[in-house]
Design a protein around this ligand. Sequence first.
Ligand SMILES: Cc1cc2nc3c(=O)[nH]c(=O)nc-3n(C[C@H](O)[C@H](O)[C@H](O)COP(=O)(O)OP(=O)(O)OC[C@H]3O[C@@H](n4cnc5c(N)ncnc54)[C@H](O)[C@@H]3O)c2cc1C
Ligand SMILES: NC(=O)C1=CN([C@@H]2O[C@H](COP(=O)(O)OP(=O)(O)OC[C@H]3O[C@@H](n4cnc5c(N)ncnc54)[C@H](OP(=O)(O)O)[C@@H]3O)[C@@H](O)[C@H]2O)C=CC1
Ligand SMILES: O=C(O)C(=O)Cc1c[nH]c2ccccc12
Length: 376
Amino acid sequence: MIQETEVIIIGAGPAGIATSACLNILSLPNIVLERESCTASLWKNKSYDRLKLHLAKQYCQLPHMPFPSRFPTFLSKSLFINYLDTYVSWFGVNPMLGRSVESALREDGEKCWRVVARNAGSGETEVFEGRFLVVATGENSEGFVPEVVGLEGFGGEVVHSSEYGNGKRYEGKDVLVVGCGNSGMEIAYDLVNCGARAAVSVRSPVHVLSKEMVQLGMCMLKLLPCDVVDKMVQSLAKLKYGDFSHYGLQTPSKGPFYLKRTTGRSPVIDVGTMHKIKTRDIQVLPSITSIKGDFIEFENGKTNRFQAIVFATGYKSTVRKWLKDDGELFNEDGIPKKRRPDHWKGENGLYCVGFARAGLLGISNLMADVGAQKVL
Ligand SMILES: Cc1cc2nc3c(=O)[nH]c(=O)nc-3n(C[C@H](O)[C@H](O)[C@H](O)COP(=O)(O)OP(=O)(O)OC[C@H]3O[C@@H](n4cnc5c(N)ncnc54)[C@H](O)[C@@H]3O)c2cc1C
Ligand SMILES: NC(=O)C1=CN([C@@H]2O[C@H](COP(=O)(O)OP(=O)(O)OC[C@H]3O[C@@H](n4cnc5c(N)ncnc54)[C@H](OP(=O)(O)O)[C@@H]3O)[C@@H](O)[C@H]2O)C=CC1
Ligand SMILES: O=C(O)C(=O)Cc1c[nH]c2ccccc12
């Protein structure tokens, strides 16, 4: 049996549920397909316990439902999840859960998209057809772990940051966190607070700002050019944190907001990690070259023993595995070829949401991007 609708939305994270809500308001029939057993699975099941939103709440709300004024400026994960659950029920979003999309294609001459999904309950495949297809599977669909010589022989525990809840079971252990993005830097801090000895392996320069500096920068960007804002927040960062190069952390030559705009890479928003690096409670180490048993060798030639590794090495989009005939919308990494605000619209009824390289802010801005082009 083929299930027919107007719009098929793949993914029930913040982007997918926001899209369905907007369509429900317009009374446009839609089906949301979600591979996991709940909505917003990244937030509910694949992020560490102490996670808080780094951006102020006005940058993280979904369309048509502002956060209540009683909510704090920076929401905890649980408050954000409560908000998402309320959003889903308020706008009648009703995803079909346990449906992992295996292919989506639009054959030549056909007027609709045909989507095949595996039902986790029955194990059978199901077919859906719709005039429009919205890809909302996210930039963080799958954890990325790099190939490291000798990793398979490592004796300790190895997890990706998406599997890390908290540091309780690492108490008293030596743990290496690979990657110094927001996940890696916060997990290292959490590990030390839980009684582990943590080190972070860093391969590239990184900006570190406080959440207040980011908030100030975002306000100033409405009035001032990016390079001026970058200079101001970098001066504030230097005043607050000082020079971290002698601890092993270099600063990029381009500014933090310029890099966010041009590459999507976020600055690290410090949650206390920098102080722990200063007090040498967290060690900064260079890239890994190889692993021999429990010993990990680094680019500076030094070798240290670790009992666990957390790969906080980022994520991959999985669009390329199942989306066929996407025209020119996505590149080979499953990320839109065009930059915001032109990134969301493909051809033949194909759209994507949540790929603006701007987190929740990109989803929050969705209606502004669409409105600016007068499509709806
Ligand atoms: C640890 C962590 C913390 C973050 N914190 C912030 C933050 O504080 N602020 C911020 O702005 N951004 C943050 N982000 C970025 C985050 O990705 C976005 O905020 C937001 O979750 C993106 O929403 P999304 O709906 O586009 O993607 P997701 O939330 O990833 O949702 C995509 C959904 O698609 C489903 N899916 C994937 N493939 C398939 C398939 N083949 N078939 C069916 N369903 C599928 C997934 O199961 C998932 O539920 C964070 C990311 C991580 C990893
Ligand atoms: N509270 C919040 O708001 C939070 C937000 N986030 C957001 O979620 C998204 C994902 O963040 P995150 O999980 O930190 O992933 P990121 O992609 O931001 O960071 C990955 C890190 O791993 C490094 N890395 C990748 N491959 C290798 C390799 N082969 N060897 C060594 N290092 C490697 C990268 O270095 P390189 O720079 O050299 O590529 C980078 O430092 C980001 O947008 C982030 O801002 C995450 C956590 C908390
Ligand atoms: O949390 C993220 O990864 C984001 O992309 C959110 C975000 C959007 N614009 C920014 C500018 C500076 C820091 C974070 C963000």
